[in-house]
Write a protein that binds this ligand. Structure first.
Ligand SMILES: O=C(O)C(=O)Cc1ccccc1
Length: 268
């Protein structure tokens, strides 16, 4: 199976993608990965959706509402960041914006004067460090190779740092089987109690929500769509009933069923 994920080689996304495919290719942005799967170029894509320290990856949420894809699995992995450089003497730290944010307190305490540079991925930051002695990268310690020093390990601000990835697939792969499901809801309406009604559709059927995120629709200020993850499979009657209610509430907008899936924990 051929999968596409965030590159170059060595990103956390790459490590997660290896658990689902033997053949992994790369793109430089989450939107490009989801679009490549929607276009049928790849059978699977692996994208970060949420981190335990930094929260949602908004680019992923937006790509999921803008493209017709399904979610076939979620992968949860621990994230342990290392600082990699040619020596301890550097003036810039380059990494993915999420990695820089996950190490914010450490960097402020240990390197208050360095410049922070957000690049497309952690592996891209490590590549910057490999090419420039004034730059350090933050990434998985395996990226050090023979030419970079591991200046510090486990530099994330909390010891427990986990990221959740979605495995995305073409819409034809959408499944109703699985312990969890994800939907995107655009009510295209705004009245007191709208969100309460959406939540009641699940609460009344004893369906636990594991996440709800609002994202601006992009059409006008104050207009939102909602990303909802819940702990039931779409094959279950209670889930079908809840979504029938949600669809009625969103009659002026739309509901996108990303599908049902199971969770896989990947350690590396
Ligand atoms: O840049 C990477 O390595 C990614 O895969 C994105 C990311 C960044 C920080 C934590 C988890 C995933």
């Amino acid at each position: 199976m051929k999968a596409v994920t965030l590159g170059p080689a060595g990103t956390y996304s790459h490590r997660a993608a290896r658990a689902v495919a033997d053949d992994v290719e790369f793109r430089e942005s989450v939107s490009a990965i989801v679009a490549a799967v929607a276009d049928g170029e790849y059978e699977r894509g692996v994208v970060p959706i949420e981190n335990s320290i930094e929260g949602s990856v908004t680019e992923t949420l937006d790509a999921l509402s803008d493209n017709d894809v399904s979610v076939t699995q979620e992968i949860v992995t621990p994230i342990r960041h290392a600082l990699l450089a040619q020596s301890g003497n550097f003036s810039t730290v380059a990494s993915h914006s999420q990695a820089l944010a996950q190490c914010r307190t450490y960097l402020e305490a240990e390197y208050p004067d360095v410049a922070l540079e957000a690049v497309a991925s952690t592996a891209r930051g490590v590549e910057r460090a490999r090419n420039d002695p004034a730059v350090a990268g933050i990434g998985h310690p395996d990226n050090a190779g023979d030419d970079l020093e591991i200046v510090a390990e486990d530099i994330q601000d909390r010891q427990s740092n986990a990221t959740r990835f979605f495995v995305v697939a073409p819409p034809s792969e959408r499944s109703d089987a699985g312990g969890k499901s994800s939907v995107v809801v655009y009510p295209n309406a705004n009245y007191p109690g709208l969100l309460l009604e959406l939540l009641e559709a699940f609460a009344e059927r004893n369906i636990n929500l594991s996440r709800i995120e609002s994202r601006p629709s992009g059409d006008r200020l104050g207009d939102y769509l909602f990303h909802i993850d819940f702990e039931a499979g779409l094959y279950e009657e209670r889930a079908q009933e809840a979504l029938a209610d949600v669809e009625a509430i969103a009659e002026k907008g739309w509901v996108r069923r990303l599908g049902s899936y199971d969770t896989r924990h990947v350690l590396y």
